[in-house]
Write a protein that binds this ligand. Structure first.
Ligand SMILES: [Zn+2]
Length: 269
């Protein structure tokens, strides 16, 4: 009996060191952050940024099965303006950068299952590759083309936000250059897609908690700015208090990780 209890205690301790189930449930806006949907290419050192299509499908099914409504940025804008209430169970599915694999693998799954998603696009790499990475450490892959992005928008399944012109570390630039990266991307993306770009995500999260950079993001006219920090942000949102945090889905995450992310704001220590 003592041995069984000891074994049970060890299992619980081990699980507690891996998963954050013991954390308190937290309230706040639930924003999932994905990057690439597919299989990592040989040599990728950022494998955790790749989620397989099978896992992505299971995660979206889980959300819909739990009664979540998947919001577009334009839905969040209406909620922010008080035109519609925030649904009791709402989630934003976001993708950073604008990869072609979002078009090839994520969009068909969202469309088939009846869910919505949002992509933060780097304007100057549309139809090119993830040129901000050193290819020696992270292989280049295709970014979605303008035609692919427009096709996804026309389906009503995908909306866009801005992720700067060239994916720089904004804090490393002069404040004028950082402001230009954010304001010019908004202008160019709005011209390309004929829609307001109300949302912005800081590349690498850099600048989200740097007040002068953040001020420039808000001055550029974005209503929403999204960080790269793990967590949920209380809603209604105190915009002056800081950006919106997100829940990062890793390639190795299980459905239980997703459930903990949604309820606790984190799945791991
Ligand atoms: Zn990025």
């Amino acid at each position: 009996m003592a041995i069984i209890l000891a074994a049970a205690a060890i299992i619980i301790l081990a699980a507690s060191a891996r998963w954050a189930w013991w954390r308190r449930r937290t309230a706040g806006l639930e924003v999932l952050c994905y990057h690439k949907i597919g299989t990592p290419p040989p040599g990728s050192k950022l494998k955790e940024l790749w989620v397989s299509p099978e896992k992505f499908r299971a995660q979206v099914k889980y959300l819909l099965g739990k009664g979540y409504q998947t919001l577009l940025f334009s839905d969040l804008l209406k909620i922010r303006r008080g035109e519609t209430p925030l649904p009791a169970k709402a989630v934003l599915i976001t993708f950073d950068d604008g990869y072609e694999n979002n078009y090839l693998h994520a969009w068909p799954i969202l469309r088939e299952l009846g869910a919505k998603g949002n992509i933060f696009v780097v304007f100057s790499t549309i139809g090119k590759a993830n040129l901000w990475h050193d290819p020696a450490s992270e292989p280049w892959v295709n970014m979605a083309t303008l035609d692919q992005l427009r096709e996804m928008q026309a389906s009503g399944v995908i909306e866009y936000g801005s992720h700067t012109m060239s994916h720089p570390h904004l804090s490393a630039l002069s404040l004028d250059d950082a402001a230009c990266e954010m304001a010019e991307a908004k202008r160019q993306l709005e011209a390309a897609f004929g829609r307001e770009m109300c949302a912005f995500a800081y590349p690498y999260g850099d600048g989200a908690y740097n007040p002068p950079v953040r001020t420039k993001a808000l001055e550029a006219g974005y209503t929403f700015d999204f960080s790269f920090r793990q967590g949920k942000t209380p809603w209604p949102w105190d915009r002056a208090g800081g950006p919106l945090d997100r829940l990062f889905i890793k390639g190795s995450d299980t459905i239980w990780d997703l459930a903990l992310q949604l309820s606790r704001g984190a799945s791991r220590l």
